[in-house]
Design a protein around this ligand. Structure first.
Ligand SMILES: *Cc1c(COP(=O)(O)O)cnc(C)c1O
Length: 351
């Protein structure tokens, strides 16, 4: 504690991002980045934007990008909110839509940024346990709350909740905002964006970091009723008027315009994921059904800690969470075919 700090800072528990090691030749399967690069058209668009224009501020509202996304999902521009990565979008959601004096509900095993935002804004968070098979049970979300948030597919489990069950949670909570964090939805799930016209309390959050391979560009967005989006705009314009820079706006548009690249790379990831899943099962792992770009798996005879350490000694980095219920699991990002082969060879040596 420093006398210069605001008292709240002393109590903050910040999010710990997966490490970005500097060593060469690593097989880096720990932060769910896309093994395929972004579309070449994204690089072209960013390159074209690089110039004297950078002395000018970007469009604070990102109108052109909103137009592209609105067209892509058949919604109105007023139903879209843009942020500097979906993490920033989520922060504004917690601030602008979740402060109602009742606990915000999220699964006990989920994206660990949610409790961090609760801490930042002094919001009470309440965890709702996943079932024994690590699934979300909609019935468990029928209780008083100040808002509900969960990823679909969930992270770090990869488990997908069918859209009718998502809808059941939204319909059961008409007076509260239900946020579906769809960071991984393009790897085999179905988006809830199609339901936002029907439910003014539904907000869907997405990112270009995973399926569109642009984690380094920092672009995320939310889609919902104009009423919800207006709250987020007020928060954003009280915080940072220009969250997306010129390069990000140009690159993100190009990413949506190159749908062929998007589809082909998503299919590539899905194919590799399924290959890794079957190899892991052959090695005796229990593999949760994944619709994400990662796999969550445990071995009955080896601890998660030992496996993560053994892999690291062979230059393969995966994510291990030292948390209740999941401490024996490894979260393994789907890599390139070569990386995945290395992973399996290293695990064969360990189990
Ligand atoms: C990666 C991830 C995000 C954050 O994405 P950014 O747009 O890179 O900030 C949000 N939610 C979940 C569940 C994620 O896994």
């Amino acid at each position: 504690m420093s006398k210069f700090w605001s008292p709240l800072v002393e109590k903050l528990t910040p999010y710990v991002p997966g490490e970005q090691p500097k060593m060469a030749n690593l097989v880096k399967l720990n932060t769910n980045e896309n093994p395929f690069g972004p579309s070449p058209k994204v690089i072209e668009a960013i390159t074209a934007e690089l110039g004297d224009n950078l002395r000018l501020y970007p469009d604070p509202e990102g109108e052109a990008l909103k137009g592209t996304i609105a067209q892509y999902y058949s919604v109105e521009k007023e139903q879209i909110f843009l942020g500097n990565g979906s993490d920033e979008v989520l922060a504004h959601i917690f601030y602008g839509l979740f402060q109602h004096g009742e606990p915000v509900l999220y699964p006990d095993i989920t994206y660990s940024f949610y409790p961090v935002y609760c801490g930042l804004y002094n919001i009470e968070g309440k965890t709702v346990p996943l079932t024994d098979s690590f699934e979300i049970n909609p019935e468990d979300y029928r209780q008083p709350n100040g808002g509900i948030i969960f990823p679909n597919p969930n992270a770090p489990t990869g488990c997908y909740l069918a859209l009718d069950k998502v809808e059941a949670i939204v319909a059961a909570n008409p007076d509260r905002v239900v946020v579906v964090d769809e960071a991984y939805v393009d790897f085999g799930g179905e988006s809830a964006i199609g339901l936002v016209g029907k439910y003014p309390n539904l907000l869907v959050c997405q990112t270009l970091s995973k399926a569109r391979s642009l984690a380094g560009l920092r672009v995320g967005f939310a889609v919902g009723s104009a009423e919800l989006i207006e709250a987020l705009n007020r928060v954003k314009n009280s915080f940072n008027s220009y969250p997306l820079d010129r390069l990000a706006l140009a690159g993100a548009r190009a990413a949506f315009e190159d749908d062929d690249w998007f589809r082909a790379t998503c299919e590539g990831v899905i194919g590799e994921r399924e290959w890794v899943a079957s190899r892991l099962e052959e090695l005796g792992f229990e593999v949760l059904p994944s619709k994400a770009n990662f796999i969550f798996a445990r071995h009955p005879e080896h601890t998660g800690e030992a496996l993560a350490k053994g892999l690291r000694e062979q230059g393969v980095i995966v994510r291990h969470f030292n948390k209740p219920r999941i401490s024996d699991f490894l979260r393994i990002t789907t890599g390139t075919a070569d990386q995945n082969k290395r992973l399996i060879e290293c695990l064969e040596a360990l189990v």
